[in-house]
Design a binder for this molecule. Structure first.
Ligand code: ADP
Ligand code: MG
Length: 250
């Protein structure tokens, strides 16, 4: 029998395992929808784990992507990640969807979605190796480019709210340059980051009040305090970042 190696990098899904060159994750009500979406973006040039069907225990089988979570990312890396996010959005924009589809999204989602987004394009779902690949597409659902990018920007550019805001400005600039964001998006991004990070804090707080797991425990184990600090930090600096993102960065 093939050996099952537990994969522990994620927060949300119990029992993610590697078996040989594959990953096994629970099959849920939305897995078929996510598989169609994954196949759509892969067919349009996005490098994402290949969905490989269902195993004899009913779990989804995905391609195992070799590599590791990213370490310290410099401006060139963030530029590359911005480009990667843009290519995902562009490929996803032609995927047909209806809000009535069973996306059942856990993370906060915006009103008036315009396309299906991964929803969690963050360092903790990026594998860096010979290929740079976003994994963990199970949270995909209706969203907007701005909302999705705002979450990525918060996660990649200011994961540490004690950082110098000037440093964050440079990291944001590299990311939006890589994305090739237009002026409308640049002008709106910092305020959207403030909304997105506040929504993240609120979602964890509500889960805690209701006893929804694993989010409720994550709230008290540091994630709640983290997102509150990030949200306050973004609110303090968003107008300065907005003005500078509208000027050519480098
Ligand atoms: N396709 C994959 N290739 C390589 N590693 C993976 C893959 N899918 C998951 N992993 C590893 O397993 C961890 C948890 O899987 P993930 O799909 O992110 O679950 P969660 O929903 O818990 O975040 C990841 O952080 C990563 O280390
Ligand atoms: Mg994950």
């Amino acid at each position: 029998m093939d050996i099952e190696h537990p994969l522990t990098g994620g927060n949300a899904t119990a029992s993610v395992v590697r078996v040989g060159a594959t990953v096994r994750k629970p099959w849920t009500a939305k897995t078929a929808l996510v598989r169609d979406f994954l196949e759509h973006v892969r067919a349009r040039g996005v490098d994402a784990p290949a969905p490989l069907g269902r195993d004899d225990r009913g779990r989804q089988i995905l391609e195992f992507v070799p590599g590791a979570e990213p370490g310290v990312l410099d401006a060139d890396d963030l530029h590359r990640i911005g480009r990667l996010i843009r290519s995902i959005h562009d490929a996803a924009s032609s995927f047909p969807f209806q809000e009535t589809d069973a996306w059942d999204v856990l993370l906060p989602a915006p009103d008036e979605p315009e396309l299906i987004c991964h929803g969690d394009l963050t360092p903790w779902n990026l594998i860096v190796g010979e290929r740079w690949v976003f994994i963990d597409w199970d949270g995909a659902g209706p969203s907007t480019r701005l909302w999705d990018l705002a979450y990525s920007a918060s996660a990649f550019a200011l994961n540490d709210p004690a950082q110098d805001p000037e440093e964050v400005r440079l990291r944001l600039a590299a990311l939006v340059d890589g994305y090739d964001a237009d002026d409308r998006m640049r002008a709106a991004l910092p305020a959207m980051m403030a909304r997105r990070t506040r929504a993240m804090h609120r979602m964890l707080e509500r889960a805690h009040e209701r006893g929804d797991e694993p989010w409720g425990s994550m709230y008290v184990e540091g994630h709640g305090a983290h997102w509150r600090a990030v949200a306050e930090y973004v609110s303090t600096h968003e107008s300065v970042w907005r003005d500078s993102l509208l000027r050519p960065a480098r």
